[in-house]
Design a protein around this ligand. Structure first.
Ligand code: ATP
Ligand code: FE2
Length: 321
């Protein structure tokens, strides 16, 4: 059977159809005209694009066994728009809903795309920056940002210098021409904080290329430090990088070097599966459905603050627990 998945927690409305393989994937990104993402405008975009995005993947409705949707975390208005569409599809096709945690879906599609079985995961996106790993039936959050997500921090810095949105790619390009400058490095225990770093970068009088370089080196070194400690602590030997910030070549390089030094394997999924996409929801929905996890309609309310460690990972049964 097939599972139709709907993603739309933030900027990207995306639908996919998953069987034994990915069958179809179609996305409609919301690009803010200026400034950051406005929650109501993003939701309006999702509502306008819903018919087109869904109909592009709704090719074999009679073979669809479930409708998976990202239940959270994310922006309330966007989540509500997606959940409403998912409920309508579930009723119309007479198939169950599967409520998918967006963060867990980033991890699962990453495992699918790389073939990794039991990695420590650095999940670095717009709103989230977490280091996760599977332990006794759950994805544990070993460390995470205490304030803003790394991607949102990069986007904020970029906006203050009139660079195009999203800011990550523009900063990466400029950093290639830059020299290192020192900026505040904040790791507290296993947690991270980025807002002080971003403010300091915004206030720096150094040439823009140098600030971009220093900002990347500092933020990424913080992420690598926490990832390395989680790897050592959990005794695992794979590191997986997911989330939109994972597209950054310098972050990939720094993680690869750390893994080589520790004798761990490193992998990052291809671009399509790195940032928000419908395939991650369809795929995770499919493995959840195969393990009997469905969501009654009356329990299908959105969960804007849904955390990865709240999910019972019924589909993974590692030995030795
Ligand atoms: P989540 O809901 O999981 O937090 P998200 O909605 O923020 O996800 P993603 O697609 O996972 O979406 O990530 C988007 C972020 O990735 C943006 O902040 C963007 O600046 C950042 N990004 C994209 N490409 C790069 C890059 N090359 N270098 C650094 N950051 C990048
Ligand atoms: Fe995401």
């Amino acid at each position: 059977g097939l599972v139709l998945g709907l993603e739309g927690t933030a900027w990207n409305l995306s639908a996919a159809l998953f069987g034994d393989e990915l069958i179809a994937l179609h996305s409609s990104p919301y690009v803010p005209p200026k400034g950051g993402i406005h929650p109501r405008e993003a939701a309006q975009h999702h509502a306008s694009a819903m018919k087109e995005v869904v109909s592009r993947v709704l090719t074999e409705p009679e073979r669809i066994r479930a409708i998976a949707f990202s239940q959270g975390p994310g922006l309330g208005p966007s989540l509500r728009t997606v959940a409403t569409a998912a409920r309508a599809l579930s009723i119309a096709l007479g198939v169950p809903l599967v409520g998918v945690n967006h963060c867990v879906a980033h991890v699962e599609i990453g495992r699918w795309a790389t073939g990794f079985s039991d990695p420590i995961v650095l999940y670095a996106s717009g709103a989230n920056t977490q280091v996760l790993g599977y332990l006794n039936g759950r994805y544990r959050i070993f460390g995470e940002t205490l304030d803003i997500g790394l991607g949102n921090g990069l986007d904020k810095f970029a906006r203050s210098h009139d660079l195009p949105h999203p800011g990550g790619p523009a900063i990466e390009r400029l950093a290639r021409q830059g020299n290192y400058i020192e900026l505040p490095y904040t790791v507290k225990g296993m947690d991270l904080a980025f807002s002080g770093l971003v403010s300091a970068a915004q206030e720096s009088g150094a040439p823009l290329e140098d600030v971009c370089f220093g900002l990347q080196e500092t933020a990424f070194a913080m992420c690598v430090e926490v990832t390395e400690r989680a790897l050592a602590h959990a005794g695992k030997d794979e590191v997986l990088l997911v989330g939109g910030v994972g597209a950054n070549g310098r972050l990939q390089e720094m993680l690869r070097v750390m893994c080589e030094e520790r004798g761990a394997a490193f992998a990052v999924p291809e671009r399509t599966f790195l940032g928000d996409n419908g395939a991650m929801i369809a795929y995770t929905g499919k493995i959840m459905l195969e393990h009997g996890v469905t969501l009654p309609l009356e329990e299908s309310q959105i969960r804007p603050g849904y955390r990865a460690n709240e999910v019972e990972v019924a589909w993974r049964t590692e030995p030795g627990e």
